[in-house]
Write a protein that binds this ligand. Structure first.
Ligand code: SF4
Ligand code: SF4
Length: 192
């Protein structure tokens, strides 16, 4: 952990684009649509608590529809060719992963969560910014043979915090709506 730098380098193991479900904010979705022209219905899915581990029950981004709960995620798609990945138990990958190259197809427009992984904001007990470290509870191998500047990470973090606030407010309004025909996909109409 460091105030100005953090020791880390990505070794492109692929874990975060194959075994982690990415949860974009509405701001991420708008940026992806603006950059790719893709329809959100093609690259998003709405997952139930049974389909997704690691998100608290009381997370403010659960969408409520007819007694069920859903969360907005980047769609996962089954591997078509890579037998080695299937052998490793990686059945799915992110919709935006290029199977041939192993790179993200929307790198410049990717969600902020993808940019911040596996970094973790460190704060004092009083909430004072102390820098960035690496999340303990993620499966990134966390190689420390590189140096990453924390200033741009902090800027991204603050941008994401703003986006999350917008997200929470939109979900709150969505959940207040009482239409019996409400579907999780209808949430998109609130910000696109
Ligand atoms: S959007 Fe790109 S970086 Fe993010 S999980 Fe998908 S492929 Fe990986
Ligand atoms: S899990 Fe870590 S090392 Fe692997 S691709 Fe993601 S950031 Fe890079």
């Amino acid at each position: 952990m460091g105030k100005d730098t953090v020791n880390f380098s990505c070794h492109s193991c692929g874990h975060c684009c194959t075994e982690v479900v990415c949860l974009p904010t509405p701001a991420d979705v708008r940026r992806i649509v603006a950059n790719t022209g893709e329809k959100p219905s093609k690259f998003l899915e709405f997952l139930t608590p049974e389909e997704l581990e690691g998100v608290d029950d009381d997370d403010p981004t659960w969408l409520e529809c007819k007694g069920d709960k859903y969360i907005m995620a980047l769609a996962r798609v089954p591997w078509r060719k890579k037998k080695a990945e299937l052998r490793r138990g990686r059945d799915f990958h992110c919709h935006f992963l290029n199977e041939k190259t192993g790179y993200c197809k929307i790198y410049e427009a990717r969600p902020i969560l993808c940019r911040l992984y596996p970094f973790k904001l460190e704060e004092s007990k009083k909430g004072k910014y102390k820098g960035f470290g690496l999340h303990d509870d993620v499966e990134c191998p966390k190689h420390d043979d590189g140096v990453v500047q924390t200033k741009p990470l902090h800027k991204l973090y603050l941008k994401d915090e703003k986006a999350q606030k917008e997200y929470d407010g939109l979900v709150e309004s969505f959940n207040e709506g009482s239409s019996k025909k409400k579907r999780p996909e209808d949430f998109l109409e609130m910000f696109l």
